[in-house]
Ligand binder design. Structure first.
Ligand code: ZN
Length: 196
């Protein structure tokens, strides 16, 4: 089932997600719905708060990045395999010199900006079977995870922009909250006037 994606301005995007246990109700079904919702919207990642649940869960599929010719063959091979579920994750290390990458977000349609983040992360997490892993990711793979991880901490990529950039996109963000934006997928807008 396709779930509506919550737009910028909804308080659920600002909540710190809570950890879940294996008996979280209808978890398998919820994850299946998240995959369907993410693919429908042509996303490479989706965090539970973006579909209205403040829990520590996100999914990623970085394979659309795998044919980037600016990326090494080794990294492309890793990206092609990066279809993953992260439950109760914890980033335990972030290393290297910050680099810029142009990010976008399904909750913030039509806004894309360069964001600086460190290139290498190590993350502990549970997969969809509640099996525990600790893995290190680099480059674009790390980037997708960092973006989604921020969502379960209540952080959006627009928070990381310079104050000038923030001022420049303020009107656009306010319009998104009101539903004055075009998206090719189903969304829920916090400040949309009803009955029109
Ligand atoms: Zn996002």
């Amino acid at each position: 089932m396709i779930l509506p994606i919550v737009a910028y301005g909804d308080p659920v995007l600002r909540k710190k997600g809570i950890e879940i246990s294996e008996d979280y109700p209808k978890l398998k079904e919820f994850i299946a719905n998240m995959w369907e919702t993410m693919y429908e919207a042509s996303g490479v990642g989706l965090a539970a708060p973006q579909v209205g649940r403040a829990i520590r869960l996100f999914i990623i599929d970085a394979s659309p990045f795998a044919d980037d010719e600016n990326v090494s063959e080794e990294e492309n091979a890793q990206l092609a395999e990066m279809k993953m579920v992260f439950i109760n994750p914890k980033i335990i290390a972030e290393e290297g010199e910050e680099w810029a990458f142009n990010e976008g977000c399904l909750s913030i349609p039509d806004v894309r900006e360069d964001v600086f983040r460190k290139p290498t992360i190590t993350i502990e997490y549970l997969d969809e079977n509640f099996k525990s892993h600790t893995k290190t990711f680099d480059g674009i793979g790390a980037r997708v995870i960092q973006h989604e991880y921020d969502h379960i901490e209540g952080i959006l990529f627009t928070d990381k922009l310079s104050s000038l950039k923030k001022r420049l996109i303020k009107g656009k963000l306010s319009n998104i909250s009101k539903g004055k934006v075009h998206a090719d997928y189903r969304m829920r807008f916090p400040l949309m006037k009803k009955g029109r």
